[in-house]
Design a protein around this ligand. Structure first.
Ligand SMILES: [Cu+2]
Length: 507
């Protein structure tokens, strides 16, 4: 913090107190890019034995799965557009070119060995766009070519290499398409199980807005791009957003960061002030481990995965140690706090941008359940590390997500539970839950909590005293929640009347 406290762009940022909803939505989108199909990080101290066994394991992990993979097929859809207005710094509205309406685009998460059935919709009115997956082995002259405005293009590829990779539009001039926002991260989860951890995806990139806005909106300055003079360098699309809204973790918890430098031109010297990385993995491939690392050099177009445990509570800024760039907005904070909410038990959550619309293509068959969370229409999957006990009961009933939810306690609910064991709402949007108690003569209620221990009440009935005697009903209005996996229950019958509450996406 000290190093960058007096930089110019931070002062500018602080002067502007107005944060638009657009910008904050973008944050919610990607902050919770915490994502894995694995469970919550196990709180505890670093165990030397555990770490060395991990290193041994890494050395024996194959770096790729050759051939046609597992045969498991997932669909990934991206829509290209060039009219997205995104707040790239507080008060700075920028005309971004995007995949699925955000820069960076959604985090895509698949399993090693998956066949990715990819579709690009070019929704532009007047510009060609294309795709380039750094995770894929596929001919550039066939599949990475320009897709004309209004056209749809499909191809498939096998995710043979595990890790974290950039994807981007490769239409010339590439520097312009990337500078304006057409990039994102794809995580290919390794075939072997990663240790449970609290996970975040961070994408560093540059923005080159024009000197003056047009109609209140800044447009990309091509000459500034060519001159390599960005005004902002950011994580996940907005300058300093994680300084204002820190990432969180608990002391000693395993933290896993998947970091991509989308560039287009500046390298990231990724560093966490006050911490070291236990392990860092080039391209995020478990076979590529190095240990005890202070700063990870991430080239434009590259990605790394880092694992660390921070023993002591406190604030730990993460930066690019190229401090001119940190001063332009590439600075955030990890807040280590024993009272931090538990990490989500499974990732990704339905509709979360990280899934990029990844859905299982059942028509082409699968080879069994994916452990990665992309096996069932982007639904949360059981955590293998938790022995499946964190599997959302009845997760399939989570569809659809909405802002007008209904849940019913039927007759006999005290033993049989609610009519649903999973509900879902979009991140950041106020929603209502209409709770109907059809259980004549029996009191029930409905409340949402941070976790299954009901640690923090988040909405619905404020207490067990707030009951609805059957028959009766009530509608709760609940303020938008950050993306994540929560818990709901009847306070009076918490053992039997309970379920998973998913908050995700928001668009
Ligand atoms: Cu493009």
């Amino acid at each position: 913090m000290l190093e960058s406290r007096s930089t110019r762009s931070e002062r500018e940022v602080r002067m502007d107190a107005n944060r638009s909803e657009r910008g904050n939505a973008g944050i919610a989108v990607l902050v919770v890019l915490s994502l894995t199909a694995l469970g919550v990080g196990t709180a505890g101290v670093v165990r030397g034995g555990a770490r060395s066994s991990r290193a041994v394991q890494a050395a024996s992990v194959p770096y790729l799965m050759a051939g046609s993979g597992t045969g498991h097929v997932v669909s990934v859809d991206l829509t290209a557009n060039d009219t997205t207005i995104q707040e790239i710094a507080p008060g700075v509205k920028f005309n971004a070119w995007t995949f699925n309406g955000t820069a960076p685009g959604p985090v895509i998460r698949v399993q090693q060995g998956d066949t990715v059935q990819f579709t690009l919709h070019n929704a532009s009115k007047n510009m060609s766009h294309s795709i380039d997956f750094h995770a894929a082995q596929t001919p550039w002259d066939v599949n990475y070519q320009a897709v004309a405005p209004g056209k749809v293009f499909t191809f498939s590829w096998v995710a043979r290499f595990p890790g974290v990779f950039m994807y981007h539009c490769g239409t010339p001039p590439v520097i312009q398409h990337i500078s304006n926002g057409m990039y994102g991260a794809i995580v290919v989860e390794p075939a072997h199980t990663l240790a449970p951890a609290r996970e975040y995806v961070l994408v560093q990139s540059e923005f080159y807005p024009s000197a003056q806005p047009t109609g209140g909106v800044y447009y990309g300055d091509y000459n500034a791009m060519l001159a390599n003079q960005p005004q902002y360098i950011v994580f996940n699309g907005e300058a300093n957003q994680f300084k204002d809204h820190p990432l969180v973790a608990r002391p000693g918890e395993l933290i896993r960061l998947w970091v991509v430098d989308a560039g287009p031109s500046h390298w990231s010297a990724f560093h966490v002030i006050g911490a070291l990385f236990d392990s860092a993995y080039a391209s995020g491939n478990p076979a590529n481990a190095v240990h005890g690392v202070q700063t990870v050099t991430i080239a434009p177009g590259d990605g790394w995965m880092m694992e660390l445990r921070i023993p002591d509570a406190g604030l730990y800024p993460f930066v690019t140690h190229s401090f001119a760039d940190a001063g332009r907005g590439a600075l955030g904070i990890i807040k280590v706090d024993p009272k931090a909410p538990a990490a989500p038990k499974s990732y990704p959550t339905m509709g979360d941008p990280m899934t990029a619309g990844v859905t299982a293509d059942t028509a082409t068959g699968t080879t069994g359940p994916s452990t990665g969370g992309t096996g069932m229409a982007g639904m949360p999957m059981p955590s293998p590390a938790a022995g499946g006990t964190s599997s959302p009961p009845g997760a399939a009933s989570c569809m659809p997500m909405g802002t007008k939810l209904e849940i019913t306690a039927p007759a006999g609910a005290s033993t049989s539970g609610f009519d649903k064991t999973c509900l879902a709402a979009p991140a950041g949007l106020t929603f209502t839950v209409t709770f109907k108690n059809l259980d004549t003569g029996i009191p029930h209620n409905f409340a949402i909590y941070s976790d299954s221990n009901a640690t923090t009440w988040l909405g619905g009935a404020e207490s067990a005293a707030k009951i609805v005697m059957g028959p009766g009903s009530v509608t709760y209005t609940i303020k938008g929640l950050p993306a994540g996996q929560y818990f709901f229950r009847c306070d009076i019958h918490p053992q039997t009347m309970k379920g998973v509450f998913i908050v995700a996406g928001g668009h």
